[in-house]
Ligand binder design. Structure first.
Ligand code: DOR
Length: 459
């Protein structure tokens, strides 16, 4: 528990000492104390030298850098019955996610500087964790979006090459090229080929959720990724391929010369669920774009994540209400929530031996910060922001509805027992979640992204 101690040296009344945790540093666990003042890690040492206003005794817990989720849909403005910036950020805090990058397919979509600015203003004072917002590409807004680059809270441009939830779409090479030529930041892309999606949707009957992976097949994703990587070479613009779902895309991301300019993301649900089982068990709840595919694709995604072909894990947190999801396929919306379960699911995988704690830190904090050059984020290192999640690896508990912070109120993983849960989440030295409860006022603020490295290490 948190024990306030009266004597404080230094000016920061919120300074925090985290004492006795096992810290994940450089591929190993070491018992170190973490001293945070003025929002920044000051010391990481067996014994702290400075004095801090508060002490958090963390013996028996493991400290990871606060997670960064590079793909979330928080539905505000316009779709707040599914989620809003406050409830979505609560899910983040409860899940150890201390920074999120939010998607532009709200209502209205974030396609102008004014709409982007409105989102930043809405989040200040209501988000519990730090944030940035993508702006959505349209056929004619490349110059407008370029003007946002460098502003705190701007995550860059998002292009939907295939249509999904909402109206955003830039389907043709000419449109994508125009956006890749405008600006410097990494461009995030939903890569499914619209022409093929339309042909499939005409050809393949939609009778049940099991049809979804055929109506948006792996070929549609691979065609779009190939087109995108060709355009990367032509424009020399770094991109981020969102939610890779297939062995075919992984092969392209291994072989295509444009891979060097690309980072790539995989979701926990594509790593942990597979067809047809997920559709048998979850029905429409498992429907998302691009779809959950067969076991061979799932295995290929793990292999690609382990060998660095896939850069990082992002959730594509896409809350819809259960009533909306209950509409008969294909009228149900696509997407599932994921912010709060990202870390427990991965800790449970670490317990099962599928991945290591160091890999979790790499895939959910270091690489996201590096790929998007998120300033001050990505590691437990003196000089970086004091974003920490303290985890209890021995806590074995079922994911029950009462734990769910997202307004949508469900998760595809409800009812599962998971071993390893976040117990405390700390944002820039302030505790925002402790022992199952949200703590304090929302203190999230906009993060600043920089120009990406032309080529990420390891590409
Ligand atoms: O399944 C999805 N849901 N994929 C997307 O690309 C969008 C998301 C949403 O916003 O619902």
């Amino acid at each position: 528990m948190t024990l306030p101690t009266p004597a404080v040296s230094g000016a920061d009344p919120h300074s925090l000492a985290i004492v006795g945790a096992q810290v994940v540093v450089l591929d190993e666990l070491r018992e170190l104390d973490i001293g945070i003042a003025d929002g920044v890690v000051q010391e990481l040492a067996p014994t702290l030298q400075q004095t801090y206003a508060q002490t958090l005794h963390a013996k028996g817990l493991v400290a990871l850098p606060g997670l960064i989720d590079t793909q979330v849909h928080l539905r505000e403005p316009g779709l707040e019955h599914k989620e809003d910036l406050a409830t979505g950020s609560n899910a983040a805090a409860a899940g150890g996610v201390t920074t999120f990058l939010e998607m532009p397919n709200t209502r209205p979509p974030t396609t102008t500087q004014a709409a982007w600015h409105d989102k930043v203003q809405r989040a200040i004072g209501r988000s519990r964790v730090d944030f940035a917002f993508y702006a959505g590409a349209t056929a004619d807004n490349a110059d407008e979006l370029r003007g946002l680059e460098g502003r705190p809270g701007h995550a860059g441009t998002k292009i939907f090459m295939g249509s999904s939830t909402g109206t955003l779409l830039v389907a043709d090479d000419a449109g994508v090229r125009t956006h890749l030529r405008a600006g410097r930041m990494r461009v995030a892309v939903h890569a499914e080929d619209e022409t093929r999606l339309r042909a499939l949707q005409r050809a393949v009957p939609a009778t049940r959720p099991h049809d979804h992976p055929e109506r948006r097949d792996a070929e549609a994703a691979a065609i779009a990724v190939r087109r995108l990587l060709d355009l990367c070479i032509e424009t020399m613009r770094p991109v981020h391929v969102l939610h890779v779902t297939s062995a075919d895309e992984c092969e392209l991301l291994r072989q295509h010369p444009g891979r060097r300019l690309a980072t790539a993301e995989v979701t926990p649900q594509h790593l942990l669920l597979s067809a047809p089982d997920c559709y048998d068990r979850l029905g429409n709840l498992a429907v998302m774009n691009p779809p959950i595919r067969t076991e061979d694709h799932r295995q290929a995604l793990w292999a690609a994540l382990r060998d660095g072909t896939l850069t990082l894990i992002g959730t594509d947190h896409a809350p819809h209400t259960l009533a909306e999801k209950a509409r008969p396929y294909p009228d149900c919306p696509s997407g599932m929530p994921g912010l709060q379960t990202l870390l427990p699911l991965l800790l449970d995988q670490a317990d099962k031996g599928t991945c290591s704690l160091a890999e979790i830190a790499r895939w959910t904090a270091q690489r996201p910060a590096q790929a998007f050059q998120i300033q001050g984020k990505g590691g437990l290192v003196p000089g970086l922001d004091g974003d920490v999640v303290l985890c209890d690896l021995a806590l074995d508990a079922e994911l029950t509805p009462d734990r769910v912070q997202s307004r949508c109120g469900w998760s595809p993983f409800l009812g599962q027992r998971l071993r390893g849960w976040p117990r405390y989440t700390v944002v820039r030295g302030q505790i925002v979640f402790a022992e199952g409860q949200l703590v304090g006022a929302p203190i999230g603020r906009p993060v600043k992204l920089g120009k990406p490295l032309a080529i990420m290490p390891g590409r």
